[in-house]
Design a binder for this molecule. Structure first.
Ligand SMILES: [Zn+2]
Length: 129
């Protein structure tokens, strides 16, 4: 029997499954350099992030999807303008994306086609008579 009183996990503990420091840094617009941590978030939180119900900067839950700015007074991250783009950078590979291989193939196919369609610019040398 444990003498510790069981405390239900906080919202944060449930949402953030793992935090590992990375060597990656990010330069802020004002010139400061921040080192980044890799967060492993629960599928629920990831879902909320993609739907705009959670701020990608401070992970505060939002009342409405994609508000103009984060509702946390210490954050005010421009969720509506920035979040989707930022997440595509930060969480690349973490979102289920079955299209990746397919679109790469299409890209190559497209390049191949363009190359074949290109009319060869041939200059026939004039015979000097
Ligand atoms: Zn925020």
């Amino acid at each position: 029997m444990s003498d510790r009183i069981w405390v239900p996990p906080t919202e944060w503990e449930r949402g953030v499954q793992e935090i590992e420091p990375t060597t990656r840094t990010r330069q802020l617009e004002d010139g400061r350099v921040m080192s980044e941590s890799r967060l492993t978030l629960s599928p629920e939180w990831m879902d909320e992030l993609w739907k705009g119900y959670r701020c990608a900067a401070c992970l505060e839950q939002q009342i409405e999807a994609f508000p103009e700015v984060c509702r946390a007074p210490w954050c005010s991250y421009p969720i509506k303008a920035e979040q989707t783009r930022q997440m595509q950078i930060d969480f690349v590979g973490q979102q289920p994306n079955p299209m990746t291989g397919f679109s790469l193939e299409r890209e190559l196919e497209h390049l191949e086609r363009v190359r074949h369609e290109k009319k060869p610019l041939m200059t026939v040398p004039k015979k000097i008579t």
